[in-house]
Design a protein around this ligand. Structure first.
Ligand code: GDP
Ligand code: MG
Length: 305
């Protein structure tokens, strides 16, 4: 599927008329700003709903969704065009493996981008997580840090947070709005820490949050549009925020050799070489020399001495 030809975005017709109208409006808004291509990169942990969200945006089952492990083994790009406008969405494997952020997955993503999007830009990053998670932990921060190290801090100028599983009843007698604001604030705080965005700089990185409910059991309004518990039809809302991020005046992330190879990818660890050599000298070579010297001293004495 990677690198497939750009297909006509026919599935847009699967959406209820009200949603279609809003989507066509948003695409028109992009075209008015001379934006003819929009490339969206989707990243996050495994099982949070990345692939489901890609399918929801396109309006058809284009990427594999799985409840258990063995999800998207490698990145997949889905490209759709509609009256001269092209939408590219890159679905990626979860960034966590065995409890750690996987550098290998990040490298796979970067080499995929190098192969299919060299000298093009990533216009929007969807950082996906679940709404129905109550805590953020150090691993979340590590994920953000790894993304920042790979793509540069600027990627957070083009980022939005997507919270799936949005159709929930909040715990602890919190209202939906209170729960949403607590959850998004704690995740955004984690993003700012992981990306080393200072308090002073936080205003400069206004990262929007969108709610998503991919389940087939999502409630609908009278126009048959899938809605959030607040009543907002979430697909047009999500695409609206994507459009806003893409038009926010900050430049997209250019996929160039530097990005693909990473900051001094080959130099990783090189700084430790002198230290390792020194340790080897004092803890390996020196003791062996001493041992040989002692041994020679002992040996050179005649046995009857
Ligand atoms: P990925 O690993 O991040 O790509 O996650 P998937 O899209 O494969 O989803 C993992 C599981 O969560 C699947 O069983 C999906 O059906 C389910 N899922 C994804 N998004 C939602 C959502 O918004 N609501 C609910 N209820 N389930 C979801
Ligand atoms: Mg997936």
């Amino acid at each position: 599927m990677a690198g497939e030809l750009v297909r006509e975005w026919t599935a847009i017709q699967q959406f209820p008329a009200a949603t279609q109208e809003k989507l066509v409006d948003l695409l028109g808004k992009l075209k008015n700003q001379d934006v003819n291509t929009l490339t969206i990169l989707v990243m996050g942990k495994g099982g949070v709903g990345k692939s489901s969200t890609v399918n929801s945006i396109i309006g058809e089952r284009v990427v594999t969704v799985s409840a258990f492990q063995a999800e998207t083994p490698r990145p997949v790009m889905v490209s759709r065009s509609r009256s001269g406008f092209t939408l590219n969405i890159i679905d990626t494997p979860g960034l966590v493996e065995g409890g750690y952020v996987s550098d290998q997955v990040l490298d796979t993503i970067k080499s995929f981008l190098g192969r299919f999007l060299l000298n093009k830009t990533i216009d929007v990053l969807l950082y996906v997580d679940r709404l129905d998670t109550y805590r953020v932990d150090n691993l979340d921060k590590q994920i953000v840090k790894a993304i920042t190290d790979s793509f540069g801090k600027e990627i957070w100028h083009k980022a939005m947070v997507v919270l799936t599983h949005a159709q929930l009843s909040p715990p602890d007698a919190l209202s939906y709005e209170e729960f949403f604001s607590k959850r998004s604030e704690s995740l955004l705080k984690c993003v700012r820490q992981g990306a080393r965005i200072s308090k002073k700089d936080a205003k400069n990185f206004g990262i929007p949050v969108a709610l998503v409910e991919n389940s087939g059991r999502c409630n609908k309004n009278e126009h048959d549009e899938k809605i959030l518990p607040t009543g907002t039809p979430w697909i047009p809302n999500l695409v609206h925020i994507i459009t806003d991020v893409s038009l926010n005046g900050k430049s997209g992330i250019l996929v160039d050799q530097k990005l693909i190879e990473g900051p001094n990818a080959n130099d990783r660890g090189k700084v430790f070489i002198p230290l390792i050599l020194a340790l080897q000298y004092f803890f390996v070579i020196k003791p062996i020399q001493k041992w040989i010297k002692d041994d020679v001293a002992r040996e050179s004495r005649p046995a009857w001495d």
